[in-house]
Design a protein around this ligand. Structure first.
Ligand code: NAD
Length: 507
């Protein structure tokens, strides 16, 4: 949707990237990429079909023997050059992410930085590819293990972190000796394309990293292609479940991270101002479009009323506007459809009887009347049965529930089907320790509202937030992208017992 006064200009196309360059597709299906602040179509992305996916798999398959057998140190040296280029182009990547997603530039810079940290981790992967060795495991018998690449891997990623989420996957996979096909969200295709160019500039052989664009058609072609051995997915829960089930049926290794409803439990002794500041950033940063955003606060006991008052005052002051403007703290939502969906949830919350403390509906920004904006929204007195609590809204809408005790708060968090992140705000250690032990969630913060693990730890939730058993990056990422092979060795000499027909036992 372009501004009525603007001249119609054909937006540039975004092709797929296969075998080290732009891929000429015969697919006629395309999608619009919008700038959420202006509502303008800025690019048109070509949607890959099964033929395009097959071309990417052929390129990745052809590159695999050379890349997979290269010394890990040689692969790590390419990573180091990629790391330097990514650092040099961090601002440009953040601008692309901000332009297509809508998040503010400082926030986009931070998310690119968190992605770059995974490349830093991947530079040291030769150390983690070492196997185990037992000399003389039996008389004259040695055992050792090799950690080898899985093969051609694919990654399917969501719109909300155009650089960081793909970077959770492909540097680890490629440093482990795999080749990779990335299918980023069709809403934010350009950051991945720029990363592919930079990786090639770093000396990555053609075909090792490929980027294909598209929607369900491209995803289904990936899931059903016999030449793809492992699939990593990050996105919403229904799609994560579909990816997991389809890959399992097709015999592929799979990890599928889903959606979230992240709770912050605030205890009566919490530092009010410190806690409110932390919650404001975690709820409204990136317009609430973070899988680790705090979207539900459980206020325990008497802190409820003063906490809601302070949250409302602070949330009302947040400056909303285009992500690239100086001083703006919260940008628009990613698409018009998504803005309308989130606004619809505010209507639902009112109809359900929750107390609307701050209403962000019908937010207008002067000069950006076609942008997909919504103001900060706060609900109090929300009950567990309400839709605004049960559903992942994925926008700047924070809901507050009340509990009388820590036990009640933990039970509430544990009864929720999601289990991505959670945080507790206490001033005493005992309650935090108990929370950490008992809560059924994959990532826990103590006075840290968004406890995203560093690259050398692993990222992943529990329950409906993750289908599969291994989390992303860190050692779990290395395990996902490698297969172990156990080798047992002996050499004949005069006292080697002759092989017989019975099951051999060592010792
Ligand atoms: P989404 O599930 O709509 O899309 C994710 C990917 O799946 C995209 O590449 C998309 O093209 C593809 N896809 C969409 N519909 C499909 C279908 N029917 N069949 C096959 N593929 C399909 O998610 P989104 O809206 O892009 O991102 C937001 C969601 O991602 C939220 O639920 C958020 O919580 C989640 N998320 C989770 C994490 C995590 O670490 N758990 C991180 C970031 C985002």
């Amino acid at each position: 949707m372009n501004h009525p006064n603007e001249k119609a200009v054909t937006p540039p196309g975004v092709p797929s990237w296969v075998n080290g360059g732009a891929h000429a597709s015969t697919s006629l299906r395309t999608g619009e990429v919008t700038n959420p602040a202006t509502g303008r179509v800025v690019r048109r992305v070509t949607f890959a079909d099964a033929g395009d996916i097959d071309a990417a798999v052929k390129a990745a398959g052809a590159a695999l023997p050379g890349w997979g057998s290269a010394p890990p140190l040689r692969r790590a040296r390419v990573m180091q050059k990629f790391l330097a280029l990514m650092q040099a182009h961090q601002k440009e990547l953040a601008q692309l992410a901000s332009e297509e997603h809508g998040k503010t530039l400082p926030d986009a810079l931070g998310s690119v930085q968190r992605g770059i940290e995974v490349i830093e981790f991947a530079c040291g992967i030769p150390h983690l590819l070492k196997g185990e060795h037992s000399g003389n495991a039996g008389t004259g018998v040695d055992c050792h293990t090799l950690r080898q690449p899985v093969g051609v891997c694919a990654g399917i990623t969501p719109f909300n972190f155009p650089a960081m989420v793909p970077l959770w996957m492909f540097p680890v996979s490629i440093a482990c000796g795999n080749t990779f096909i990335l299918k980023p969200s069709e809403k934010v295709p350009s950051t991945s394309m720029r990363m592919a160019e930079l990786f090639r500039q770093a000396g990555l052989p053609d075909g090792v990293f490929n980027v294909v664009h598209g929607d369900k058609e491209a995803v289904d072609a990936i899931l059903n292609h016999p030449g793809i051995h492992a699939v990593s997915f990050v996105g919403s829960t229904p799609i994560a479940k579909y990816i997991y089930e389809t890959c399992a049926r097709n015999g592929k290794r799979v990890q599928a991270l889903g959606g979230a409803k992240n709770h912050a439990v605030v205890l009566p002794d919490a530092d009010l101002e410190f806690t409110a500041d932390a919650l404001i950033g975690a709820a409204y940063g990136s317009a609430g479009e973070r899988c680790m955003a705090i979207s539900a606060v459980v206020a325990v006991g008497a802190i409820g009323d003063p906490l809601v008052d302070m949250l409302a005052r602070k949330a009302a002051k947040i400056k909303v506007g285009p992500g690239d403007a100086e001083g703006v703290e919260m940008g628009p939502l990613v698409t018009l459809a998504h803005r309308d969906k989130v606004q619809g949830y505010i209507n639902i919350g009112v109809a359900e009887g929750a107390k609307l403390v701050l209403d962000g509906r019908d937010k207008k920004i002067a000069g950006y009347e076609n942008g997909f904006f919504l103001g900060t929204t706060l609900f109090d007195q929300v009950k567990p049965g309400m839709k605004i609590y049960k559903d992942e809204i994925f926008g700047p809408v924070l809901v507050v529930l009340r509990a009388d005790t820590l036990e009640e708060a933990i039970a509430l968090v544990n009864a929720n089907p999601y289990g991505n992140g959670t945080a507790i705000f206490p001033n005493s250690g005992g309650a935090a320790r108990r929370f950490e032990e008992e809560v059924q969630v994959g990532m826990v913060g103590v006075n840290v509202p968004i406890p995203v693990p560093m690259a050398f730890y692993s990222f992943g939730g529990w329950k409906a937030s993750l289908f599969g058993d291994l989390h992303m990056h860190g050692m779990e990422g290395v395990k996902f992208y490698t297969r172990t092979k156990a080798v047992t060795t002996r050499w004949p000499h005069e006292d080697t017992p002759a092989a017989g027909l019975n099951m051999p036992t060592l010792g």
